[in-house]
Every structure is written in C-alpha cells, then in structure tokens.
Write a protein that binds this ligand. Structure first.
Ligand SMILES: [Zn+2]
Length: 237
C-alpha cells in the first residue's frame, strides 16, 4: 500500500530497462523465471546449481545496477525472486529434490562473500543483502528462513572480474574461509546464494569450504547464469 505512494513521491526507473515505474517492471521481472539447473564447468563434482535467468540484456543491466551502480533498492524484487525459486526447489515435485529435513530450522541461506575492499566500495556485502531480502520474503509466506554469513574471503584475493577461468580458480582456491561465528547450527543444510555464476569457480570454492566445515550444501541458487549453459533461457531482450 505504501509502495505506490512512494513511487509517486520518489519516482524511480526500472533497474533493467530504465522505464519510469516500479523498481523492476513486469517485463524485466519475468526474466527471472523458475530455477533451471545449469552446469558451470567448475561445478561438475559439487552440489547442483540452479539459475533463475540468463546474464544478458536487461537482466544483466539490472544486476549490474544493483551490484555496481548503487541501486540497492533492487534487493527487494531480486530477493523476492530468489525466495520464489527456493520455494519451488523445496516444494516442487520433480524439481531436483532439495529437501529440508523437519527440525532443521527451515531454510538457511549462505551468501557468497565479496572481498572486504570490494564490499566497502560497493556499500556492503551485496549478496548478503539479497539473502536477507529472500529470507524476509520466505518468512512472509510462513517458511522459516535465516541467513548464515558463514564465509569470508581471505585477504590477497583479486576481484574476479576480467580473470580467465583458470585464474579465477587459482585466485580463490583455499582463499574462501569459514566464519565460525556465522555458521548455522550443526547438522543444518544450507543453500549457497550468489548473484551471477560464470565458470562456477567461486561457488565451487565456497561449497568446498562449507563441506570441509561439515556443512551440507544440497543446492546452489543464483539469480543469473552467464555463458553457453544459459542458452535454454527465454530471450533476455
Ligand atoms: Zn524494465
């Protein structure tokens, strides 16, 4: 009820196409569809990876606006899309079967961490904010959900943008560390959350770090997948 009023007072542009109106217009919102299994090259041995859309066109514009251009208001619609995907993965028959055992405390989300310097430049850990919005949206539907900021990046890691696949892997191998204080209760499976998957090197390193700590990762869920494995998505315009 407050939202339309705020839109009138503080007009915004869609983060994807730039049209005045909602934060993410319906034409751009549909680019985040149901979760689809993708197969990034570095994730062959790890947990299944699911993506909601293809990292190109208006969706790429929206995710860059969120991450790099200060559009933190997009965390709401992007987090809601993640929440819908998590509900489908948890509840949908034949969806790939991510099950959360009774008594596990609901869905625990572990955000992929950014380097501290990158997070400081961007105004915070952007994936953690997405996870928080997703958890809040899940709670609104009656599904218990919480964020476990269980990982951090050790110092000395370069931003992966612009690095080739092999360099990304070397960049992160052994550099993603557990944060003991952020771990969920022992025995709780978690879903690893990220914004974009390309080679999968980052999420693979994160999942490996969690597994070494004894945390089960039944699934990795990302907003968008880049590269050839995204070919099955509807056109991103
Ligand atoms: Zn739009």
């Amino acid at each position: 009820m407050l939202r339309p009023l705020l839109d009138l007072l503080l007009p915004v542009d869609c983060g994807g196409c730039g049209m005045p109106g909602p934060l993410l217009c319906t034409d751009c919102e549909v680019l985040l569809g149901p979760p689809v299994r993708v197969y990034p090259s570095y994730c062959e041995a790890g947990p299944p990876v699911y993506a909601l859309g293809s990292y190109r066109g208006r969706l790429r514009t929206a995710l860059l606006a969120y991450k790099e251009r200060g559009r933190r208001d997009l965390a709401g619609p992007l987090g809601s899309a993640l929440a819908s995907a998590l509900l489908r993965l948890q509840l949908g028959p034949g969806s790939g079967g991510v099950q959360f055992p009774p008594g596990s405390g609901g869905v625990w989300l572990v955000p992929v961490p950014s380097r501290r310097s990158a997070a400081a430049r961007r105004g915070g850990q952007h994936v953690e904010l997405l996870a928080q919005r997703a958890a809040a949206a899940l709670a609104d539907t009656g599904v218990a959900a919480a964020v476990a900021p269980a990982l951090r990046v050790a110092s000395g890691v370069r931003d992966s943008v612009g690095l080739a696949a092999a360099a990304r892997q070397a960049n992160l191998a052994g550099r993603v560390l557990p944060r003991r204080a952020g771990l969920p209760p022992a025995g709780t499976p978690v879903v690893l959350i990220d914004d974009v998957v390309t080679t999968g090197a980052t999420v693979a390193a994160c999942a490996a770090a969690l597994l070494r700590t004894g945390v089960e990762v039944p699934a990795i869920v990302v907003l968008a997948a880049a590269g050839a494995h995204a070919a099955s998505y509807p056109s991103a315009g």
